[in-house]
Design a protein around this ligand. Structure first.
Ligand SMILES: [Zn+2]
Ligand SMILES: [Zn+2]
Length: 193
């Protein structure tokens, strides 16, 4: 089917007519509008994202400018160079770190009498003078209460004063079951006589 039989010229006229038809103009304007809206939306997203990640207002302004120009490429460049962490993430990380430090501080040994912080190798509390550990008789190294031998010089450790008392009390009970209040004085008294 040939339209009017007038060759190519009517077709060119048809294209020209189409380009100036209301439908095409509306579609073109709509495409331009979409492109502009998308461009502004990307720039707005860059502004919002930069505010979440950058504290300095001037740098946020620079990032927003980059989001606007060059169009579409600026936001991609921003994506490549934006800070990896948001400000909230950094803040919560710092809070976590501080809590961890507090926990470590609390885990440090303290004096049982005055709760002053002490080091693991202190022999006595520097604040209230409570004896914390016995020194080794041979090399003066601080000893833990349960140690049987000095780990620094291999000298055998004498039982501590508390252990000696407990051992003596147990022995006294096994030999002669007497009342706790009078168990030692009468014996010394008898021995004196
Ligand atoms: Zn103390
Ligand atoms: Zn020792």
């Amino acid at each position: 089917m040939r339209p009017n039989g007038l060759g190519i010229f009517p077709d060119v006229t048809a294209i020209h007519d189409f380009l100036h038809s209301t439908g095409f103009v509306v579609a073109r304007n709509f495409a331009i509008l979409l492109a502009v809206v998308f461009w502004l939306a990307l720039a707005f997203w860059v502004y919002k994202d930069a505010r979440r990640r950058i504290a300095d207002p001037f740098l946020v302004f620079v990032a927003t400018l980059l989001g606007l120009a060059p169009p579409y490429i600026g936001p991609v460049v921003y994506l490549l160079f934006r800070p990896a962490e948001t400000l909230d993430e950094r803040r919560s990380r710092q809070v976590e770190l501080k809590a961890l430090e507090e926990q470590l501080k609390r885990a440090r040994p303290t004096c049982p009498t005055c709760i002053a912080p002490v080091e693991p190798d202190y022999l006595a509390c520097p604040v209230c003078a409570t004896t914390l550990r016995q020194p080794c008789a041979s090399c003066n190294a601080p000893l833990e209460p349960l140690w049987q031998v000095c780990p620094y010089c291999t000298a055998p450790i004498e039982p501590s004063q508390v252990d000696l008392d407990a051992a003596l009390t147990a022995e006294a009970h096994s030999i002669a079951p007497v009342d706790d209040a009078i168990r030692l004085m009468p014996r010394r008294h008898f021995a004196g006589r």
